[in-house]
Design a protein around this ligand. Structure first.
Ligand code: ZN
Ligand code: ZN
Ligand code: ZN
Length: 166
């Protein structure tokens, strides 16, 4: 059976693991429960903390290994939302991200938003864009609406010129 659809429950994933000869360990089960119940955008360390709250002797390296394996199996994907560590999503619940460099606000957006870019990159360069892996950064509507002086991204010299000309 072609597993083209991402699994939608812990039991689905455990079945997939078994069918690929993987072992179903308690730490994997607890990690999967955390992934399915806690929502997206958690880092490996945050997920490790949740697993370790229940299983105190699970090492961080085990969590990383399990996350890698789940990613290879197509169960989860990771996204970089800024300068911080990768955050994890269930493959059944992916989306694109717009992150404001000014205030850190993050918008989840449908991947269709990038459809024109994906089409053009493929047609022109033969390049296959992965719009999920990294966030698109910029300024959110609130920050973009602020005058340049309030944003603090204008050098002091030109700021003085601006206020002098007012
Ligand atoms: Zn996300
Ligand atoms: Zn902002
Ligand atoms: Zn990455």
């Amino acid at each position: 059976m072609a597993a083209t659809l991402a699994p939608h429950s812990v039991e689905d994933v455990l079945e997939l693991l078994r069918s690929r000869g993987g072992r179903v360990t308690t730490s994997r089960r607890v990690l999967l429960a955390a992934l399915f119940e806690g929502g997206p955008h958690r880092t490996a360390e945050e997920l490790a903390g949740e697993v370790q709250a229940q299983l105190t002797d699970v090492h961080l390296s085990t969590i990383y290994r399990n996350l890698d394996e789940l990613e290879r199996l197509g169960v989860i994907v990771h996204s970089h939302l800024g300068h911080g560590p990768a955050t994890y999503h269930l493959a059944s619940e992916t989306h694109g991200h717009l992150v404001c460099e000014q205030c850190g606000t993050m918008l989840e957006v449908p991947e269709e938003l990038f459809a024109a870019l994906v089409r053009a990159a493929r047609a022109t360069y033969g390049f296959v864009v992965d719009a999920r892996h990294f966030a698109v950064v910029g300024r959110c509507s609130a920050c973009a609406a602020l005058p340049a002086r309030a944003r603090g991204d204008v050098p002091a010299a030109s700021r003085a010129e601006v206020s002098g000309s007012l």
